[in-house]
Write a protein that binds this ligand. Structure first.
Ligand SMILES: NC(=O)C1=CN([C@@H]2O[C@H](COP(=O)(O)OP(=O)(O)OC[C@H]3O[C@@H](n4cnc5c(N)ncnc54)[C@H](O)[C@@H]3O)[C@@H](O)[C@H]2O)[C@@H](O)CC1
Ligand SMILES: [K+]
Length: 516
């Protein structure tokens, strides 16, 4: 599914109205009716139910007036609180405001302190609050009366349904612009907006419903929207089909370069995740002194030793060994637990431009690339990078907070500049491609915020490449499967969930995608 930015949505509306001649009031009518239908589906009967509709002066407010009209027609009791004066409402919204005015629906222009009392009382007795304050036309920050209305809505403790997007959530980034309405449900129009899937906005949107408002499909496809929402259907179509007579050689050969003294677990988890994700033959290469440790941990994985430093990290002599290993494998994952010794860092930089097979680059191998991202353009195959916001910050010169403030844009820019697939981890991981295409993942949960889950992701993506998927498809499938395995593991409880629980759930995630 695509997700449209505010600017793209405005353009889609404009083309539908001016090129196709669909009156804006028709789109507004369809939008309002879609919300009323949704209210009907969640509340069963609307008759005698009490609604407060909080409307702004723009078209989002216009949707609110349409909603008010249909609710009243269905016997509901409706109060409309208008943030501003009726006289300041124009266009399609004005047409619908005038209609409900003629219907004698209670419209309260919030102006004086007494009006705020009315807001409080009405919200206290309402069954449902509808947020039609602002939608995609919102700019800047929530301040003044808007902030006060949002506080009143959030404090009421009632069912809150947002129209198009919770007011105060930035449509493109999911940023909370000072304050935002905390909705239980959001009915969004035509296409979802990225901010409904990006945190923290995703948390304020609650359950999401996408409503068709009659815009011709061609208008949407013509926009060539590059934001996508990653869902099971798309993954099902790209997963490799396994023939019944498959043997281990057919399911790919994969090498993992990972681990250092004290960090054997990261290496083992990467290899174990690759195994659970279906790779045929896996070789784990670690510094010589921990080879026996990982060999004991892993029964099905082959191990090999790399030249090491005195402190137990791989040394520069490992470059030739890695190149030889890569030549015998379909894909190489590098980075988990390798440490940051200067010899190791130098070995990584040399290895990634020497190796010819596809690479999945993670953890300390990303650290090695800080200031050296131009090396990525020398990779033979399109590399896959899996930074968390801290690593992304290191690579881009930003703080983790700055990275998280606009995850889509930053991942997209990095993918373009580095000629790489960039997987920016975090709640609803972003997968960005060099051509600007971006996917927002929908699986995963907070229980995954624990050591080792990143190593698991690296192993899963590498396993997908080993099984014949392109790096593009493997990145998408790997991210979705990883999150789904986390969701399956979380059914036993999120607190105390370990990366190894997630890894064990990968086969169930794969089965679920293929068969459910
Ligand atoms: N023809 C269309 O364009 C359609 C638009 N629709 C609805 O209209 C919305 C977009 O409408 P608009 O473009 O009129 O914009 P909005 O109604 O989302 O917001 C614009 C209004 O918000 C005010 N505003 C913006 N930033 C503010 C801030 N920081 N603090 C306080 N007030 C602020 C503006 O002054 C203006 O009054 C969509 O989200 C959707 O709900 C739907 O009715 C479908 C058709
Ligand atoms: K809204």
């Amino acid at each position: 599914m695509k997700a449209a930015t505010a600017a793209e949505m405005r353009e889609i509306d404009r083309i539908a109205i001016s090129d196709y001649g669909i009156p804006g009031t028709v789109l507004m009518e369809n939008a309002g009716v879609a919300v009323v239908r949704h209210l009907e589906s969640i509340m069963e009967v609307l008759s005698e139910r009490k609604f407060c509709i909080f409307a702004g002066k723009g078209n989002n407010g216009g949707d609110g007036y349409v909603i008010a009209r249909h609710l009243v027609n269905q016997g509901a009791k409706v109060k409309v609180f208008l943030l501003g004066e009726k006289a300041s409402v124009s266009g399609d919204a004005r047409i619908n405001l005038d209609i409900i005015d003629k219907m004698n629906i209670d419209i309260i222009e919030i102006a004086s302190e007494r009006d705020w009392d009315k807001v409080r009382v009405a919200a206290t007795f309402a069954d449902c609050l509808v947020d039609a304050l602002v939608g995609t036309g919102f700019r800047g920050e929530v301040v003044g009366d808007m902030a006060r209305v949002i506080d009143s809505i959030n404090a009421a403790g009632k069912l809150v349904v947002a129209v198009d997007i919770p007011s105060g959530v930035e449509a493109d980034t999911g940023r909370i612009c000072g304050k935002a309405v905390r909705a239980a449900q959001t009915v969004t129009f035509c296409l979802p907006k990225p901010g409904l899937f990006l945190y923290p906005g995703a948390e304020f949107a609650g359950e999401l419903m996408v409503a068709d408002i009659g815009i011709p499909t061609a208008v949407v496809t013509r926009q060539q929207i590059k934001q996508n929402i990653l869902m099971a259907g798309a993954i099902r179509t790209i997963l490799p089909q396994r023939s019944p007579d498959a043997h281990k050689g057919i399911n790919g050969r994969l090498a993992v370069v990972a681990g250092s003294r004290g960090l054997s677990g990261a290496a083992a988890m990467t290899a174990e995740a690759a195994l659970r994700a279906g790779a045929g033959l896996i070789t784990l290469a670690t510094p010589a002194s921990i080879q026996n440790v990982v060999a004991v941990k892993l029964t099905e994985v082959m191990t090999t030793a790399l030249s090491e430093t005195a402190t137990g990290g791989m040394s520069q002599d490992a470059v030739a060994e890695i190149a030889a290993l890569a030549a015998k494998n379909d894909v190489l994952a590098i980075g988990p637990g390798i440490g940051r010794h200067e010899a190791t860092v130098a070995a990584v930089r040399a290895a990634i431009t020497t190796v010819e097979c596809p690479l999945v680059i993670d953890a300390d191998a990303l650290y090695a690339l800080a200031g050296y991202t131009d090396l990525l353009t020398e990779c033979t195959a399109l590399p896959v990078l899996t930074p968390h916001p801290g690593e992304m910050g290191l690579l881009t010169g930003l703080s983790a907070q700055e990275v998280n403030s606009d995850r889509v844009t930053i991942a997209r820019q990095a993918a373009g500049e580095w000629g790489s697939i960039v997987i920016l981890k975090g709640a609803h991981t972003i997968v960005a491609f060099p051509d600007g295409e971006v996917y927002i993942n929908t699986t995963g949960n907070v229980g995954m915020a624990t050591g080792g889950t990143g190593d698991a992701l690296t192993g899963i993506i590498a396993a997908m490449i080993a099984q014949g998927m392109s790096s593009h498809d493997a990145a998408l499938a790997g991210v979705y499967i990883h999150g789904l395995a986390g969701d399956i593991a979380a059914q036993a409880g999120m607190v105390g969930m370990a990366a190894t629980d997630l890894i064990k759930a990968v086969p169930a995630a794969l089965y679920g995608i293929k068969n459910c």
